[in-house]
Write a protein that binds this ligand. Structure first.
Ligand SMILES: C[S@@+](CC[C@H](N)C(=O)[O-])C[C@H]1O[C@@H](n2cnc3c(N)ncnc32)[C@H](O)[C@@H]1O
Length: 284
């Protein structure tokens, strides 16, 4: 793997990145199929101030896992954060690469499955934004992911893992097709996105699909895509014991991006701030 040269103006991008070669596991959500549409329908920025604050108080290097098209990465790079980025979708990374070129920003970008994370450096802050750890549905790979992340933390490094609160999130998973929204594609018309999800309380896996319909300016349907969606929701106690079994101790648990304490009945999110457990903190 090439080492990042801080003076280089262009980003580094592993052109050999091909998802099937990067991971032996088919993705739970194949974002390659909608990478060209992602920025048109994901326009939220509610979590950006949180990531800016966490990155600025971190003493050194920051690693973002599941960076996608750079929704979070670009504002951090603009703020001067020393950031490395990882994702296993070559399509999402291609969009990110275009944005880096357009903005004149640069950072090391690695096409890897986070369950097989293998980088030459160690980081003071590693984070998974937008609840994407849920896309690791296989329990063995969940453990591998947490272990590989811990291996890449510096001595006092912090790992922040964002998850959705199952108690709140499952309320809308009743098999009904629900609109997500209608989004302008400028000269390419309008994108209408809807989703239909069901939740299996035994496996704790949410599954279903997301439908993308593109209409021309004169309202003719010109493209329709259906993306299969699968992700795992973690109850608080389950994630805590998974993390503790992988050598972490909990530093903070927030219920939202304003750092309110987590409340199982009402908080939208679980934002876990973890660090490596010392020997006497490890479970016996
Ligand atoms: C919901 S998108 C979020 C993208 C971006 N972080 C954002 O906030 O808009 C989830 C991203 O995580 C990536 N991802 C999911 N599982 C991954 C894994 N095991 N290894 C690397 N990337 C993964 C997907 O390819 C996708 O780009």
């Amino acid at each position: 793997m090439e080492k990042f040269n801080g003076t280089a103006k262009s980003m580094m991008y592993d052109e050999r990145c091909k998802k099937k070669a990067v991971s032996s596991h088919f993705p739970a959500i194949d974002f390659d199929a909608v990478a060209d549409l992602y920025d048109s329908y994901v326009r939220v920025d509610f979590d950006i101030p949180f990531w800016l604050q966490e990155s600025k108080v971190s003493p050194g290097r920051v690693l973002e896992l599941g960076c996608g098209t750079g929704r979070v990465s670009i504002p951090l790079l603009k703020a001067g954060i020393q950031l490395d980025c990882v994702d296993y979708s070559s399509g999402m990374l291609a969009q990110f690469k275009n944005k880096l070129r357009e903005t004149g920003l640069a950072c090391p970008v690695h096409c890897q499955d986070m369950a097989d994370l293998d980088l030459p450096d160690r980081y003071d802050l590693i984070f998974i934004p937008f609840h994407s750890f849920s896309e690791v549905v296989d329990s063995q790979r969940q453990r591998l992911t947490l272990e590989r992340i811990r291996f890449h933390l510096s001595e006092h490094g912090v790992f922040i893992c964002t998850l959705q609160n199952p108690f709140v999130r499952t309320a809308s998973m009743d098999g009904t097709l629900r609109p997500i929204g209608e989004f302008s594609l400028l000269d390419r018309g309008t994108l209408v996105v809807s989703t239909c999800l069901t939740f299996n309380p035994e496996t704790r896996i949410a599954s279903g699909n997301q439908v993308y319909e593109q209409y021309s300016a004169d309202k003719n349907l010109i493209d329709r895509r259906v993306l299969n969606v699968r992700f795992r929701l973690f109850p608080k106690n389950e994630f805590e014991s998974l993390a503790s079994g992988c050598g972490y101790t909990v530093q903070e648990l927030y219920g939202d991006y304003q750092r309110q304490p987590f409340d199982e009945q009402t908080s939208p999110y679980m934002i876990w701030k973890l660090r490596s457990a010392s020997v006497d903190e490890l479970p016996s």
